[in-house]
Design a protein around this ligand. Structure first.
Ligand code: NDP
Length: 287
């Protein structure tokens, strides 16, 4: 007699709407295959009014975890047993991890950005001056993690003043980093002492891939590292302008791969095969 067979896979998944075009499944399943894990990542359309039932179902299926995307990142908090400090500060969860019978909320978006900044950009945000374009979900996650990692100053540049002010308040209230607001009413000039400039708006995201933020591009210098969160297409007009000024650049694919890799480790307890996941994502985005 051989060993007993196990046809029962461990389950994780993605809840959101719309979700059909979200490529996380390709990246995560490539990671599971590379490590020989009998795990599945299932992309599931969940309407806002069904989120509570979806979380109950997740408990019933004893799923190991899930990712949350639009429009659930904030509303899911009320259904969880515990929420990590950074995710509480942001008020948003993109990853749920089951620990025994408890569902714990985490946010890996900003941590993914920071990992890309450290590993691919080669810089530590501690003590750095940041100019951050945008104050939506991605910007919030990035600002909070940069602040918790010891950034000296974050300038939030946002079109809607109220939303920008809310992010500045979050950083000033919950972290030691100083944040200030620049309402984005005219072409933004990047101060010369900025170390890291981040586009965390959706400008440049498909379908309007030729759009560029309203910036005085000649204020970007070669001393800056310039980052975009837009994952597809990764070579945005914003990054092309920055490269023309000699700045080092980081595209949004690093952030997406590392946020997934951090989730992979939280669920499986195994170090994620980052290169395999990255290649799978790039391949699917190209096709
Ligand atoms: P939100 O809708 O929450 O926020 C959008 C932000 O962009 C707001 O600050 C908004 O300003 C600003 N904005 C949009 N259009 C303009 C414009 N024409 N001029 C000035 N400001 C503008 O979106 P998210 O934060 O969730 O997503 C933002 C981007 O981040 C998307 O491209 C998304 O794909 C990307 N993303 C990437 C991730 C990754 O892993 N690489 C992870 C998560 C998101 P206002 O407040 O004035 O409306």
């Amino acid at each position: 007699m051989g060993e007993a067979r196990n046809y029962q896979a461990e389950l994780v998944g993605l809840f959101g709407t719309p979700v059909a075009e979200n490529p996380s499944v390709v990246m995560q399943e490539a990671g599971f295959r590379a490590l020989g894990l009998n795990w599945r990542y299932i992309t599931i359309e969940v309407l806002p009014e069904d989120l509570e039932d979806a979380i109950i179902g997740m408990r019933a299926f004893r799923m190991r975890g899930a990712n949350l995307t639009m429009p659930h990142k904030t509303s899911v908090l009320q259904y969880l047993d515990e929420v990590a400090t950074d995710a509480q500060i942001m008020g948003a969860v993109n990853t749920v991890v089951r620990k025994e019978n408890r569902l714990v909320g985490e946010n890996t978006d900003g941590k993914g950005f920071l990992t890309a900044l450290r590993r691919e950009g080669g810089i530590d945000p501690a003590g750095k001056r940041i100019a951050l374009l945008g104050a939506g979900g991605a910007a919030r996650a990035i600002a909070v993690e940069l602040a918790l990692a010891g950034a000296a100053h974050i300038i939030v540049v946002n079109r809607t003043e109220k939303r920008g002010a809310a992010l500045v308040d979050i950083v000033n209230k919950h972290t030691k980093t100083k944040a200030s607001l620049v309402p984005w009413k005219a072409t933004y000039k990047v101060p010369s002492d900025v170390d890291v400039l981040v586009n965390a708006t959706s400008i440049g995201f498909s379908p309007d891939v030729n759009a560029r933020p309203d910036l005085a591009f000649d204020t970007i210098t070669e001393n800056m590292i310039v980052c975009d969160v837009v994952p597809n297409p990764p070579q945005t007009p914003f990054l092309k302008e920055a490269r023309k000024r000699g700045a080092r650049t980081l595209d949004g694919q690093g952030m997406i791969v590392y946020q997934g890799a951090i989730g992979f480790k939280l669920w499986t307890g195994r170090e994620a095969p980052v290169e395999v996941m990255k290649e799978a994502l790039e391949k699917t985005m190209r096709s």
